[in-house]
Design a protein around this ligand. Structure first.
Ligand SMILES: NC(=O)c1ccc[n+]([C@@H]2O[C@H](COP(=O)([O-])OP(=O)(O)OC[C@H]3O[C@@H](n4cnc5c(N)ncnc54)[C@H](O)[C@@H]3O)[C@@H](O)[C@H]2O)c1
Length: 259
């Protein structure tokens, strides 16, 4: 009897994870690590305790230097082979990121954040897709981390009496990524490459207690996400179990966006 469970198997994939050292990226990395896939963790910094395991690699790259993407990809594709799967979980931001509210934002910061986050996500995804085509990859899959704030406005009530605030840049960045995923999926579909984003809800990570309580109250599952819950969804999207899903923005938010 045919079992479709093998479609979830990612052990034969070559997976590039950008931002693989972060809160969500590292969970994705850990899952891939245990799957026996070939995994290349790409990040601006290397973790001190990076695992020493066959088929697992680290490459340093700063996504804010987009002019170096071509040479960087050429180098790593020559070293590890072309990727079958690419996940971007990086979170590039300027030092004044917390001052991206409508009240405090500066033009320079706004433009810079759009460039290092939205533009790098979209440009690097395009360049990865082009590599997949060049090497005739079948079942290529690209997954970009997005957010509920790419489909919803930010509820200012959540931030009252905390030091947190809405971010003007973030909505533009994530909204832009979600829509480019649709146009990329349209273009690359006939070239055997699927492109999707994950609409992640807030992940619990030492946020202000008042904020967390309000956030829980607004969420049908009454809690914030665990990083591994977001990671598992990205694994589904790179696996062949999701072979008919492209151009979608998969909502993983505990129901936050339905109300
Ligand atoms: N954490 C959340 O609550 C949450 C919710 C929704 C969506 N997201 C999205 O998920 C993604 C990951 O978020 P996270 O919370 O894991 O972020 P994080 O800050 O924990 O990790 C981001 C990773 O990106 C790397 N990075 C930062 N700047 C870089 C650069 N210039 N070049 C290369 N790498 C760089 C960091 O070193 C880090 O390893 C982001 O796109 C974020 O917007 C996060």
């Amino acid at each position: 009897m045919k079992t479709y469970l093998t479609n979830f198997d990612i052990s034969k994939k070559t997976i590039f994870i950008l931002g693989g050292n972060g809160l969500i990226g590292n969970e994705i990395f850990k899952f891939c690590l245990n799957s026996n896939a070939k995994v290349v963790c790409i990040d601006i910094k290397k973790k001190k305790k990076f695992p020493n395991k066959k088929g697992v690699f680290f490459e340093k790259f700063d996504v804010s230097s987009l002019q170096n993407v071509d040479s960087f990809l050429k180098k790593i594709v020559n070293k590890y082979g072309p990727p079958t799967s690419f996940i971007n979980a990086s979170y590039p931001k300027t030092k004044d990121w917390s001052r991206n509210s409508y009240k405090h934002i500066k033009l320079k910061s706004y433009l810079k954040n759009i460039n290092i986050h939205m533009n790098s996500y979209i440009w690097i995804a395009k360049k990865i897709a082009d590599q997949m085509i060049k090497y005739k990859i079948k079942n290529g899959s690209i997954v970009l981390l997005s957010s509920i704030y790419g489909i919803l406005g930010q509820d200012l009530e959540l931030y009252k009496n905390t030091k947190m605030a809405e971010s003007m840049s973030y909505s533009a960045i994530k909204g832009g990524i979600n829509n480019c995923v649709r146009s990329m999926a349209s273009y690359y579909g006939s070239r055997n490459i699927r492109v999707n984003s994950i609409i992640a809800g807030g992940v619990l990570d030492k946020q202000n207690k008042i904020f967390v309580k309000r956030y829980k109250n607004k969420t049908p599952l009454s809690r914030m996400a665990k990083p591994e819950e977001i990671a598992l969804s990205t694994l589904f999207l790179i696996s062949d179990a999701s072979s008919y899903i492209t151009g979608s923005s998969m909502v993983v938010d505990g129901g936050y966006s339905i109300l």
